[in-house]
Unconditional design. Structure first.
Length: 288
């Protein structure tokens, strides 16, 4: 264990010494560069003074170059109304292929006359592809998003460079390990750092793929004209349904009569008895 720690310290000391040597060796050149810059700047200052103006001239910023230097992920969605989904799907494939891209995902629903396509094209041709696809039908809705991932890309690249240097140092310590315990310790540390570097490399590949290839998701549907239904009911169907309704109504009426008939006899006898009782009752004498 002490040997490994001393080896780690020696590697760190070598790294610091290399950095100091590089700084020391770079100092004279830097001084010379500064002196040359000052010498070259003196005529400029004199010429500016001769011109009669002391105001500093602002440097023009090339915004186009700055924008191109950024890493931007571009995505978009589009809804199209077309005459023929199958034909338009073939046209979309052709547009993507001509632009150097491809169709990453495709789902066609023939029963509903709809299709969903995901197109991957180079980022610098994204706008042209989007315009060409929009001409294939009527655009119902369109959305475009841009996400700047420059900071994330720089961070991943920096971490990868640091891990590579660390892996090289640990591999150097692997040959200096004495006993089995030290060897196992160094190998475990090396495996951990290599796995972390592989994960970062995968993340870098994903970011680079998203930046280089823009993604456009297209939903297509047909605007079908209204047409008469084949299963619409006709005269014969209406007559049949009317007859069925009449028969069902008669059956319901007969069912109601059959339900009430058992109660009709007793109710009739009661009503007849009440009527006869009213006729037999003596008439009341009129009051004086």
């Amino acid at each position: 264990m002490p040997v490994v720690l001393l080896a780690f310290a020696a590697a760190a000391g070598c790294t610091d010494q290399d950095g100091g040597d590089s700084e020391a060796s770079g100092s004279p050149s830097g001084v010379g560069d500064e002196s040359r810059d000052e010498a070259s700047a003196e005529p400029t200052a004199e010429s500016d003074g001769a011109g009669g103006g002391d105001a500093a001239v602002p440097l023009a910023v090339d915004t186009v170059a700055v924008a191109r230097a950024r890493d931007v992920v571009r995505t978009g969605t589009m809804e199209l109304t077309v005459e023929d989904v199958d034909a338009t799907t073939t046209d979309v494939r052709g547009v993507a292929s001509d632009a150097g891209g491809f169709v990453a995902d495709e789902q066609v629903r023939a029963r509903d006359d709809e299709a969903d396509l995901t197109v991957r094209v180079p980022a610098d041709r994204f706008d042209g592809v989007r315009g060409a696809i929009a001409e294939l039908g009527d655009v119902a809705e369109q959305n475009v998003e841009a996400r700047d991932v420059t900071a994330e890309v720089v961070d991943v690249e920096s971490r990868i460079a640091s891990l590579r240097a660390s892996v090289v140092r640990v591999r150097g310590l692997l040959s200096q390990s004495g006993d089995v315990a030290q060897l196992a310790l160094v190998e475990g540390e090396l495996a951990r750092r290599e796995a972390e570097m592989e994960a970062l490399l995968g993340q870098q590949r994903v970011l680079r793929d998203q930046v280089d290839l823009a993604t456009l998701t297209i939903h297509m549907s047909e605007d079908a004209a209204p047409s008469p239904r084949d299963d619409a009911p006709g005269f014969v169907d209406g007559l049949r349904r009317g007859w069925v309704a009449a028969v069902d109504g008669g059956r319901i009426a007969l069912a109601v009569v059959g339900f009430v008939l058992p109660f009709a006899g007793p109710l009739a006898l009661v009503a007849l008895g009440v009527r006869r009782w009213q006729h037999r009752r003596p008439a009341t004498a009129p009051a004086d």
